[in-house]
Design a protein around this ligand. Structure first.
Ligand code: UQ1
Length: 384
């Protein structure tokens, strides 16, 4: 968005507040956890992705004060603005699980959601001999809701590759704390014979698993591999801020991404209450819409372009197969390509594993990728 804003108002009028030293392309971590990609390829120095001429304020947002058009940072700096785009992402709450994050010192546990633990997933996969392999899913909103399934399918594919699937003592379980129904989307598919769904297991205390380290899982006979999808929530700085709705998410219009109460404030991505799945693909589509919205607001006109809720999940089902699920606010399929995307395909795996990282670093970060709507229309000859 910064690079898109630079084109409108000039680099000297744009600033990014971002504390991190490194910027990560997280969608590839699914493949890093399964040993199919290197972690080192997923990150670059933040300084290298800041558009030239744009000021980088390397600090954390500590307070939003939309009534005074300013924000305050951790270092006590006050920054005023004419327009504010909030893109704070989603917070990982590993510590809400009893036994974590200390439990990550234990070799059998990994999590593809953090740069610190994603390589542990691959280690656990390689060390696995027999027993239960458990994949958790929290009862909170999450980013990339497909990821907990993807690593389960990849684990199954890995075990098959090294001929572990023939052993008697193998049990792959998606250990869901939310109702199973919430996991289903139009493309959800399960390899029923090897996978097992355990649902609605809670310890009743408000913590996600029993002490020590997942007592409930131990009831199943323990685990030899555990992939954790942590509970997630809106970033703490938003939870109590005037821009948030009652659940803590930035309260934006679902079609224009303009804040419902503060017309010079906008939201994009995981930190918003847009009622769609939180994915990088959704952010891409939102960036094109938000660009148009802000252009018109700057000219004192009404926003016209409407976000349809486009989101997408390249559901990795093995080391050379992906089902490309794409849908909108109504959870209706919104497919880009003119072939049956509900089939597992090598071409879609290559799109996910090789084309998307290139597109992200070279096209999206330069402000030229607003999602696949143009290609969808082209492939469908203007029909949808
Ligand atoms: C996409 O735009 C995107 O954001 C950059 C992703 O994130 C990694 C995706 O996974 C996908 C599938 C899209 C949509 C793009 C096409 C070509 C369907």
């Amino acid at each position: 968005m910064a690079t898109r804003m630079k084109r409108k108002v000039g680099a000297e009028n744009v600033a990014i507040v971002e504390p991190s030293e490194r910027h990560f392309y997280q969608p590839i971590w699914t493949l890093v956890g399964a040993g199919a990609k290197q972690l080192s390829l997923s990150g670059r120095p933040t300084v290298s992705v800041i558009p030239s001429g744009v000021e980088w304020i390397q600090d954390r947002v500590a307070e939003l004060n939309p009534d005074k058009n300013c924000i305050r940072t951790d270092n006590g700096k006050e920054i005023s603005y004419r327009y504010l785009i909030i893109a704070l992402g989603i917070q990982l709450d590993y510590e809400k699980i009893k036994g974590l994050p200390e439990g990550f010192a234990y070799p059998k546990i990994g999590s593809n959601y953090s740069v610190k633990t994603v390589e542990k997933t691959w280690k656990a996969l390689q060390d696995f001999k027999e027993g239960n392999a458990i994949f958790t899913f929290p009862n909170t909103p999450v980013k990339c809701a497909g990821a907990p399934q993807k690593i389960m399918y990849l684990s199954e594919a890995y075990f098959r590759k090294i001929s572990l699937l023939n052993i008697k003592n193998l049990n792959l379980s998606l250990f869901s704390l939310s109702s199973f129904k919430n996991l289903l989307h139009p493309f959800f598919f399960l390899k029923q014979n090897t996978l097992n769904i355990i649902k609605n297991v809670t310890d009743g205390s408000g913590a996600y698993f029993k002490n020590p380290l997942f007592g409930n899982i131990l009831k199943l006979g323990g685990y030899e591999m555990l992939h954790v999808t942590p509970p997630m929530s809106s970033p703490d700085v938003l939870k109590t801020s005037p821009v948030a709705d009652s659940a803590g998410w930035v309260d934006v219009d679902k079609e224009t991404l303009q804040h419902k109460k503060y017309p010079n404030v906008f939201g994009i991505g995981d930190c918003t209450n847009l009622p769609t799945s939180k994915t990088a693909a959704a952010v891409a589509a939102q960036s094109g819409i938000l660009d148009r919205t802000i252009s018109l607001i700057m000219k004192n006109q009404k926003p016209t372009k409407k976000y349809d809720g486009y989101t997408s999940c390249p559901l990795v089902t093995g080391y050379n197969s992906v089902i490309l699920a794409e849908f909108d606010y109504r959870a209706e399929p919104l497919e880009t390509f003119p072939f049956d995307q509900s089939k597992e395909r090598l071409s879609m795996y290559l799109m996910k594993a090789d084309m998307m990282p290139f597109l992200y670093w070279n096209i999206m970060l330069r402000g030229y990728w607003g999602g696949p709507a143009f290609f969808r229309k082209l492939f469908h000859l203007g029909m949808s």
